[in-house]
Design a protein around this ligand. Structure first.
Ligand SMILES: C[S@@+](CC[C@H](N)C(=O)[O-])C[C@H]1O[C@@H](n2cnc3c(N)ncnc32)[C@H](O)[C@@H]1O
Length: 344
């Protein structure tokens, strides 16, 4: 709701810490939470921003409210230039990789794409290029992207203390996998890890920088992505941990030695599952990524892992199923963590 509608943009409920969760739930269920401001902790009290007085609660006027950053609004910026129907089709979200903005644009707005690109650049002075995203294709899972403002597509993206050099027009970097990259950054200490689909080092580098495995074998087939992988290993100073390998994981994945195997591919990952499991020593951990119908989550991915283990005369103990993101209508990107017991 707009702040202007409600004169007092500092109105808040003051609740004692121990009652804060219950009060927050009540305020939200009444539809009175002001989502433009942050909930603040002040000593033994919590300030919950609201749009109107809430009966039965202690009301205050906040001395120092904290506002969420508002996503810039393309419709507002282009309202005098586009028809109402076109304004309605404008993208409401985009993501930023280093100095490059990546945006999906409705096909009916193609004639306005360069104007949209310029408007996005105006929002973010530190960015220099805007790419229109047309999806991902091919065995290398390369993005199909068109430059609609600026020209420089090589950039440096920083995330959780890791430097990723990449060319946003040529290699993918999934914003939706952020949580999974963060999860991987906490795993692998002192282990021998095999990353079968390393890309530019999405999981490998988070692990290497933060968890310091003994060794990571990072396998990548696409020479473009491999070149950035090598550069990123150097610039993150993990040459002593990560061994980059340009090759097909069906040919170069080792057998029976890994403590942990990351299979960060989607759609066709099941074709590589036997190789992934064979790489593990008894008791090693597998992270199997796959895209599956939402209604079959997580059973389908779990079944893939247990069936493949059985074929190899091994047993899979399912440790965790993670829903990484919605992939497409009716499909989710899932990860199954499994301990693989049994013979080498
Ligand atoms: C989907 S991308 C990695 C995505 C990444 N996990 C993320 O979080 O964004 C998959 C990578 O696997 C690579 N790849 C595909 N087939 C391969 C194979 N047989 N051996 C090694 N790498 C392969 C592709 O080139 C691509 O860089």
């Amino acid at each position: 709701m707009s702040r202007a509608i409600f004169g007092n943009i500092r109105l808040a409920v003051r609740a004692e810490r121990e009652n804060a969760d219950a009060t927050l739930k009540r305020v939200a269920s009444l539809g009175l939470l002001d989502r433009s401001r942050k909930v603040l902790e002040r000593g033994c009290y919590v300030e919950i921003p609201v749009t109107k007085s809430v009966s039965g609660c202690e009301m205050i006027t906040q001395e120092k409210p904290a506002f969420y950053k508002r996503t810039p609004d393309l419709a507002e910026a282009l309202q005098s230039e586009l028809s109402l129907a076109d304004l309605d089709l404008l993208p409401r979200g985009w993501y930023i990789q280093g100095s490059v903005i990546v945006v999906k644009i409705h096909p009916d707005l193609s004639r306005h794409q360069y104007r949209i690109g310029q408007a996005l650049l105006d929002f973010y002075p530190r960015c220099c290029t805007v790419l229109r995203d047309h999806g991902i294709e091919g065995r290398f899972r390369e993005p199909v992207r068109e430059t609609i403002a600026g020209f420089k597509t090589e950039t440096v993206h920083r995330e959780n203390g890791v430097i990723f050099n990449l060319d946003a027009a040529k290699v993918m970097f999934s914003a939706g996998n952020l949580k999974e990259r963060m999860r991987m950054s906490l795993l692998g200490k002192d282990e021998f890890v095999v990353d079968m689909f390393a890309g530019i080092g999405y999981f490998t580098l988070q692990m290497a920088v933060h968890s310091r495995p003994r060794r990571i074998m990072a396998i990548e087939l696409n020479p473009n992505a491999y070149q950035f992988l090598c550069q990123n290993i150097r610039e993150n100073h993990v040459e002593d941990i990560v061994e980059p390998i340009l090759g097909d994981c069906t040919e170069v994945t080792p057998v029976g030695v890994a403590d942990r195997v990351v299979m960060g591919m989607v759609q066709v990952t099941d074709r590589f599952l036997l190789k992934g499991i064979q790489a593990l020593r008894p008791g090693g951990i597998l992270h199997y990524h796959q895209t599956i119908p939402t209604v079959m989550h997580p059973a389908r991915a779990v079944q893939d892992v247990t069936d493949a283990a059985k074929i190899l005369g091994r047993r899979a103990e399912i440790l965790r199923c993670v829903r990484v993101k919605k992939y497409s209508p009716g499909m989710v990107h899932a990860v199954v963590d499994a301990r693989i017991e049994g013979a080498r």
